[in-house]
Write a protein that binds this ligand. Structure first.
Ligand SMILES: [Cu+2]
Length: 176
C-alpha cells in the first residue's frame, strides 16, 4: 500500500493514527505474536493485538501471559461447538484447547480471508480476535453463512471484532 493510499484511509481519525504508532508484534523469524492478557482479579480478559494482518503462510503464535486464567484460541466453525462459520470456506478450523499460563499455540493460515476466533471460557466477556490473511480484493474470502441450529455469538463478542479496514491499515489493532 502506498503512503498516499494509507494517508487517505487514515483520514483525520485520531484512533487509527494512535494505533499506527504501536510497534507490530513480529518476531525476527516473521512469526506474529499475540498474547492473552487479563487483569489480576480476572474481571477483564483479552487478546493483544485483537486484530492482526498476516500474509498467507505466515505463522501466528499465541501465548498466555495471564497468570490467573487458562484461555483457548478457537475458530468459529460448526465443527467446533456448533458455532457459525466465521472463517473462509474451505479453511481448516482450529482449536488450541486450554492453554495454561505461559503455554503457547502456533498456527499457519494459507487461505486468504477473514478468520474470527474466541476463547471458549471467556467469549461472553468479549474475548475474541480477528485475523486478516492477505489483502482484501479479488479472491478474498468473506464468510457469510450463519446456519440454522447454531449458537449465535453473544453481544460482547460481536462488539469485540475490529473492522477489517482498520486491521488492514494499521497491521495490528490493539485493545484500548
Ligand atoms: Cu480466555
Amino acid at each position: 500500500m502506498s503512503a498516499t493510499r494509507r494517508q487517505a484511509l487514515i483520514g483525520g481519525g485520531g484512533l487509527l493514527a494512535a494505533l499506527l504508532v504501536r510497534p507490530l508484534p513480529v518476531l525476527a523469524d516473521g512469526t506474529v505474536e499475540i498474547v492473552m492478557q487479563g487483569t489480576p482479579d480476572g474481571a477483564e480478559v483479552w487478546f493483544d493485538p485483537v486484530g492482526i494482518l498476516v500474509q498467507p503462510g505466515q505463522t501466528i503464535r499465541w501465548t498466555n501471559r495471564d497468570p490467573g486464567n487458562s484461555h483457548t484460541v478457537t475458530s468459529y466453525h460448526p465443527s467446533l461447538f456448533e458455532r457459525p462459520r466465521r472463517i473462509p470456506e474451505g479453511a481448516t478450523p482450529f482449536d488450541s484447547g486450554y492453554l495454561l499460563p505461559d503455554e503457547s499455540f502456533s498456527l499457519t493460515l494459507s487461505l486468504p480471508g477473514v478468520y474470527d476466533y474466541y476463547c471458549v471460557p471467556h467469549e461472553h466477556a468479549g474475548m475474541v480476535g480477528r485475523i486478516v490473511v492477505g489483502t482484501p480484493g479479488a479472491g478474498f474470502a468473506e464468510y457469510a453463512d450463519a446456519g440454522v441450529g447454531l449458537t449465535e455469538l453473544p453481544e460482547a463478542a460481536l462488539a469485540g471484532f475490529p473492522e477489517v479496514a482498520a486491521i488492514v491499515v494499521a497491521g495490528a489493532v490493539h485493545r484500548e
